[in-house]
Design a protein around this ligand. Structure first.
Ligand code: PLP
Length: 385
């Protein structure tokens, strides 16, 4: 079957694909249609947390498939509550709403924030403030939250009630608050699509202090940074703050679609019967997969994530052809002298798959990538700089 030709004929033209077809894989190795093997340094954009066809994950998923694959949210089931309990215990959050993607997790967070502000501040307090260069999803409302104009072009009118400020500027937020009633501020601790840029620690702390003082909710979008990627369960835990709402998706399901909106005690009573819902939300198979991922994200495992992160930073910082290295944990951006796309193409030729974000080469390997494969991939990428 000529997959590439049929793809361009029958699939909507929204993705600029790399010129390979993935047919199988194991761990951090993927195989293309010609049988060529690659070391995967992107893990499906931070989705395959434990690589491809991870044994423990596959077993958990298949086991649940043999019981039942779906039930409506009108019935109780164990995988959903088990996963929610684990997420609350790992974060100190109070309740979870499950959906199927990052954008949906953010939609839920925005609804919670608006209803909370309407009930607890005033009905005309609804504006959600995000940061310039942010990315929060592709639905019309999360697109409105996204602080990059090029995503907005020709999709107007966007959802009203959003504003952006530059990252790092509490002053800009304070100025805005004089003319606008703000319900919540939503941030990514490391801007992923924006070029793998970690926020300044002092700014995040100051933002938490300011929002608390002003009765503004703080939402952390952990769709990409979450589930061990940063070297902690959630990236905000590196910043010494406690948000009001946390959203996550990508790596949570280990490869199956799931989104989660974690609500602190302050806001967890906001949504009531009929306020929100999702047919596929808390799908038991996705939840079973997610449980097998979250279960393994303990302190010891995080240490090896951090060790691998340090190795990558050390290898690329100051290396020939590298301008700078950014990010956190196993979410790393490398600003290269050559165009990032050229580096990605050269690495692909040599059997290593990397992603790009803006002008950077972006690395998002599986959290359990074997050191041997990681070393080999780094060597290959360096030879392409
Ligand atoms: C990927 C991403 C989203 C959107 O997630 P989808 O699952 O594609 O809807 C939202 N926020 C951030 C930070 C992301 O990286």
């Amino acid at each position: 079957m000529n997959v590439k030709k049929l793809d361009s004929q029958f699939i909507a033209n929204t993705y600029k694909r790399f010129p390979i077809e993935i047919v199988s894989g194991e761990g951090s190795i993927v195989k293309d249609e010609k049988g060529k093997k690659y070391i995967d340094m992107g893990s499906g954009i931070a989705v395959n947390s434990f690589g491809l066809c991870d044994k423990e994950w596959t077993k958990a998923v298949v086991k649940q498939l043999g019981k039942f694959q779906h039930t409506s949210n009108l019935y109780y089931h164990e995988p959903g509550v088990k996963l929610a309990k684990m997420l609350c215990e790992k974060t100190g959050m109070d309740k979870v709403f499950f959906s199927n993607s990052g954008a949906e997790a953010n939609e839920c967070a925005i609804k919670v924030a608006r209803k909370w502000a309407a009930e607890n501040v005033s009905e005309d307090t609804y504006t959600i403030v995000t940061l310039e260069n942010s990315f929060h999803g592709r639905t019309l409302t999360t697109l409105s939250a996204t602080g990059q104009d090029h995503y907005h072009e020709l999709f107007n009118p966007l959802t009203p009630g959003f504003a952006t400020i530059p990252a790092g500027s509490i002053n800009a937020l304070d100025e805005l608050s004089k003319t606008t009633k703000i319900a919540a501020v939503m941030i990514e601790c490391v801007q992923g699509e924006g070029g793998v840029i970690a926020l300044d620690k002092k700014f995040v702390k100051e933002l938490r202090r300011y929002t608390e003082e002003q009765e503004i909710l703080l939402i952390i979008d952990e769709v990409q940074t979450g589930n061990g990627r940063s070297g902690k369960m959630y990236a905000y835990q590196n910043f010494g703050i406690k948000p009001d709402i946390v959203t996550t998706a990508k790596g949570l399901g280990g490869g199956l679609p799931i989104g989660a909106t974690l609500m602190s005690k302050k806001v967890s009573g906001t949504l009531g019967f009929g306020d929100h819902g999702s047919t596929f939300g808390a799908n038991p198979v996705s939840c079973a997969g997610a449980i097998s991922i979250v279960k393994r994200l303990d302190e010891k495992f995080m240490k090896q994530v951090s060790a691998k992160s340090e190795f990558i930073f050390k290898e690329f910082k100051g290396a020939k052809g590298v301008e700078s290295v950014s990010g956190m944990g196993l979410m790393i951006g490398i600003k290269t002298v050559k165009p990032a796309a050229d580096v990605a193409a050269a690495a692909r030729e040599k059997g290593v798959l990397v992603l790009t974000a803006k002008d950077r080469v972006r690395l998002l390997p599986a959290l359990n990538i074997p050191m041997k494969e990681l070393k080999k991939a780094v060597k290959v990428i360096k030879s392409c700089l």
